[in-house]
Design a protein around this ligand. Structure first.
Ligand code: AMP
Length: 280
């Protein structure tokens, strides 16, 4: 695996490969890699000639600065995991490589996607996500961009970013299913900050999602959401939202005739967890 720290060096290398007709798969991450991330790397390695993973903890997408400063960093084991998985290139930029002196933050027109759910609780978050992905795609001429369904709203936002930046045709978006522990807990870098007891409690999130899916036929979404809220609150969570939404727009849904996704954000001992499940 080649490690690039310079955006210019990486770009020059990749544009040559692209000219030779190589397919480039790109997996953006913030590191602290786990099996969920590695499932994206695997998919990319199988579908492309070259796989690039980036590790960059992007300051502009953190609304809570303490969260940014406490974000886990496990770079040595990340490098080992990527090597073992057959990743070809790791991009490990310093902040100035991404946001250099001439960088001017643009505004991305994301519509309601920006203010619903995560957007409501983390104002500015999706603008920050778009800034970094837009910049990374300037550096990395990806044929396919791999994102995890774990961050469902982020996937919808990036689909919009590809549209509004005119990259829809050149960059394919591949959404990879969420990888879970055998007990259902979605793998997340933030799980590292939960105590063993909290990790066990945290399985309640996937439990409510699967229960919502099983009981969908009962039809009353208000009741389903209320039950899910009570279940999580009784298990010590502070719940930001539980929504049953249209899987494309993420607006609250009321009937089963549209594609549906259930989304949850809830904190345990100050650690905020998100998860989602496609319902139909
Ligand atoms: P992050 O490092 O948290 O920014 O995540 C990098 C990518 O890995 C994002 O596209 C995430 O959605 C994806 N990802 C995170 N957790 C999982 C998981 N449990 N299963 C699949 N993909 C995941």
């Amino acid at each position: 695996m080649i490690i690039f720290k310079s955006a210019e060096g990486l770009s020059a290398h990749l544009y040559l490969l692209k000219k030779e007709g190589k397919k480039i798969g790109f997996v953006p991450t913030m590191g602290a890699l786990h099996k969920g991330h590695m499932s994206l790397i695997d998919k990319s390695c199988r579908g492309n000639n070259v796989t690039v993973c980036s590790i960059f903890i992007n300051p502009t997408q953190f609304t809570n600065k303490a969260d940014f400063h406490h974000y886990p960093v496990t770079i040595e084991s990340d490098i080992e995991s990527l090597q073992r998985a057959g990743c070809d290139i790791l991009f490990l930029p310093a902040q100035r490589e991404i946001y250099n002196a001439s960088y001017v933050a643009g505004h991305y027109e994301l519509g309601k996607l920006e203010v619903l759910l995560e957007g409501h609780y983390r104002p500015g978050h999706f603008q920050g996500v778009c800034q970094v992905v837009d910049r990374l795609l300037q550096i990395i001429p990806a044929s396919t961009l791999y994102l995890g369904q774990k961050d469902y709203q982020q996937c919808m936002v990036i689909a919009r970013l590809l549209q509004i930046t005119g990259r829809e045709k050149e960059v394919e978006l591949a959404i990879v299913p969420t990888m879970r522990q055998p007990d259902g807990l979605a793998l997340s870098s933030r799980n590292l900050r939960l105590s063993p007891a909290e990790q066990e409690q945290a399985t309640a999130i996937s439990e409510v999602l699967y229960a919502t899916k099983s009981n969908l036929a009962s039809g009353n979404f208000g009741v389903l959401k209320e039950e899910a809220f009570k279940f999580l609150t009784a298990r010590g969570f502070s719940v930001d939202y539980i929504e049953i939404a249209d899987a494309r727009t993420l607006e609250a849904a009321s009937g089963v005739e549209q594609p549906l996704v259930a989304l949850v954000a809830a904190s345990l001992g100050g650690i905020r967890l998100i998860d989602n499940l496609i319902l139909n």
